[in-house]
Design a protein around this ligand. Structure first.
Ligand code: PLP
Length: 455
């Protein structure tokens, strides 16, 4: 961290009237970690961020090795929807430990979890349970190929479906030029990626039903599946235009394409029934992780009986750790908590998040800055942009990345932690005091200005 951050830390101290944030222990940790862990981190998403090391977390708060406390809106990149270390979840997981870990066979609690999924998710005739979102996406694409006998799938520019070769494509970097025609040229995102993956991945712009219609008219016979985040959470909190998801549904029906909603973020976050419940559009298959386990690793694929039955008839979906007892206990406890009192927790999360969204937008307007707030109370995005409508990756990518970084760094020094890319996740543990403290911090950061060179 450079001088700019250090200077702003002092300013943050003056504004807050408390100890300045220092990061000495985190820095020492990071240096030691780099000796044994490649890059000092265990997920590339964490490379290039402030090298913070955390000591503990409870409710809406995180504490780092230096004793700095943050109101956490990263929530582990979305999962800890009940807050950190919620007693009901921790007790349920603790109880499960006494029964064992993993059996290479069934445990009766799997059925309980599967039934809960079926009750919550409108399109879940059958389910399969796993550990991570990335593998559920691969299971969905594989079974769609087997079902249709076709090789390819449509993926939208700027959407993230995990880190495996065939989907880590056109997720980041410069947006494609529409003059290049559809599908957009495939842009691989990491050295070492398998090139056969390119051949079967068709990249289209999101929120443009005509682009999908045109492409499917010409190439529908090669397309097994269309996979989409039903709300674009990984590149801005972009909502589907009215009628867009319905149009995708109709186009997939017309061309015999399997419609996959990747609900790894939206599932159990936009409501118990996920985005499919919120928007009233039923996919053929959907994938879940993150909020499903409240912070523990558990994931699922759910969908149409005739497609899902293929997993019992030749299509391979496996995993040593699928339905380990900790994951099942976490899934059940999280869903039970989310379902309690008719899902009233969602009203609370939504109203806390909406107060934050409205407050941030109002403060930005008072300061005359182009900070836009988009999404829902439970997951939203802040971005500096002059775009009248951010509706796809191209309009999202025209945002001001420098101001964004300066804003996020400034908030961190005020003890507020959204994700590095400007996504804010809200949990059941956030309260009005958190909202007040967060809005005061937003005000202080915008008053100090966000045009300094980022450190
Ligand atoms: N799909 C979406 C929409 C995601 O946001 C993510 C992760 O952020 C994934 C899939 C991959 O999930 P995981 O990181 O659990 O493998």
């Amino acid at each position: 961290m450079g001088d700019v951050l250090a200077a702003r830390a002092v300013k943050a101290e003056a504004d807050k009237g408390s100890e300045p944030f220092t990061f000495e222990r985190s820095k020492q940790y990071h240096k030691a970690a780099c000796e044994v862990i490649a890059g000092g981190v265990n997920s590339n998403v964490r490379l290039g961020q402030q090298p913070l090391c955390f000591a503990s977390a409870s409710g809406s708060k995180l504490v780092d090795l230096d004793g700095n406390e943050y109101i956490d809106y990263a929530l582990g990149m979305g999962p800890t929807i009940l807050g950190h270390a919620p007693p009901a979840l921790i007790e349920a997981v603790g109880r499960s430990l006494a029964e064992g870990q993993l059996f290479a066979g069934q445990h009766s609690s799997e059925l309980e979890l599967a039934r809960l999924l079926q009750q919550c998710i409108p399109s879940a005739d059958l389910v399969r349970i796993g550990v991570t979102g990335s593998e559920m996406v691969q299971a969905a694409l594989r079974v769609a190929r087997a079902f249709t006998g076709r090789p390819g799938f449509i993926k939208f520019e700027g959407q993230y479906h995990g880190w495996f070769d065939n989907v880590l494509i056109n997720h980041a970097g410069a947006a494609a030029d529409p003059a290049l025609g559809l599908p957009f040229p495939v842009k691989m995102q990491t050295p070492g990626q398998s090139h056969p993956a390119e051949a079967d991945t068709f990249i289209l712009p999101w929120n443009d039903a005509d682009a999908v219609a045109t492409f499917l008219e010409a190439h529908g016979d090669k397309v097994a599946a269309l996979i989409t985040e039903p709300m674009m959470c990984n590149s801005g909190g972009i909502l589907p235009r009215p009628g867009y998801l319905e149009a995708l549904r109709a186009l997939c029906d017309k061309h015999g394409v399997v419609l996959i909603f990747d609900e790894v973020i939206t599932g159990f976050r936009l409501g118990l029934a996920g985005a499919q419940g919120r928007f009233g559009v039923r996919p053929d298959l959907s994938t879940f992780a993150k909020a499903f386990g409240g912070g523990f690793p558990v994931a699922a694929i759910a969908g149409r009986r005739d497609i899902m039955e293929l997993f019992a008839n030749g299509v391979n979906h496996s995993g040593t750790y699928n339905c380990n007892l900790v994951s099942i206990a976490a899934g059940i406890a999280t869903l039970e908590e989310l379902k309690r009192d008719g899902g009233s927790v969602y009203d609370r999360i939504e109203s806390t998040g909406t107060r934050l969204m409205e407050g941030i937008a109002a403060i930005a307007s008072q300061h005359g800055v182009n900070l836009k707030v988009s999404g829902f109370g439970s997951v939203f995005h802040t971005q500096f942009t002059d775009e009248a409508e951010v509706c796809d990756y191209a309009s999202f990518a025209r945002g001001d990345a420098k101001r964004q970084k300066s804003f996020i760094d400034g908030l961190l020094l005020q003890g507020i932690r959204p994700t590095g890319r400007g996504t804010w996740f809200v949990s059941a543990a956030h309260d009005q005091a958190d909202v007040d403290r967060t809005l005061a911090a937003v005000d202080a950061v915008l008053a100090a200005g966000v045009d300094a060179e980022p450190a």
